[in-house]
Design a protein around this ligand. Sequence first.
Ligand code: GFB
Length: 309
Amino acid sequence: MAGHRGMVGSAIVRRLASEGAEVVTASRADADLRDQAATTAWIEKTRPDAVFLAAAKVGGILANDTYPADFLYDNLMIEANIIHGAHKVGVEKLMFLGSSCIYPKFAPQPITEDALLTGALEPTNEWYAIAKIAGIKLCDAYRKQHGANFISGMPTNLYGPGDNFDLNSSHVMPALIRKAHEAKLSGAPSITVWGTGTPRREFLHVDDCADACVHLMKTHSEAGHVNIGSGEDITILDLTKLVCDVVGFKGEIVHDLSKPDGTPRKLMSADKLRATGWAPKIGLEEGVASVYQWFLANKVEHVGGAVHG
Ligand code: GFB
């Protein structure tokens, strides 16, 4: 497991607990995954049968837009080192995790897997997207040239326990939960959301994502990638209203139009994944309510956007 401290990696570790599998993880102290020698040494030492590649530098729209070099370099290095190292050591199976931002900004909706590389990317996150596209192609290249059983899953916008709640670097869901909660506590008349509120996003609870990853690791062995999503999307304004309802904040919603909207819509087709016999279990309202409970129980102040090693 690469990336076990991150939201996705820790969800996969939780999910694997019920499988009776021995899970080995790399902490930052074991290996900086951007360092090829250290990463190869870690894979040689632990010799895993299978690898979930969930380690990545991740962040919301502003972090992506502000730190393009970090998002491109760190993610290229992490995935190249792990995929090449897994091949060298003879790892039987590897699953690489990407993101729905790999698709063109104006891809037809819902976005099917074959829309990859058919148009220009969304500028706020093209650096991260290019790195994630390279990860898919690395898996396919090692399959084609060496017969490696390396697969790729592209999760939609994820949310869940262990998310990053730092308002500058987080994704929209944890930001809204925190803003609504703090506004409720302080009695503020309004909360501010970035952009127009009209972009549509698809959300999936990270425990559903982890379940889909384990399912694909067991059942799927093909080149190309598989979308991992809920198949439903919602406008940012409606999401804000839902979060305010869950949190119990009754004030106004104000828009900060100096912040970017990003891509107008990125609803992925769920057909390929559904055809393998998998479906999500956690509805959006139920998921948001459970994450709010987690937020309250953990009083999170952690600053994210770091490399999860
Ligand atoms: O979740 P988010 O940062 O990422 O933003 P993306 C989604 C939408 O929510 C954008 C709006 O239209 C934001 O402008 N939004 C409203 C906010 N209020 C807020 C707020 O307080 N914080 C944040 N962060 N957004 C990222 C990519 O894109 O999604 C990554 O940059 C990756 O590469 C990830 O793919 C899943 O969906 O726009």
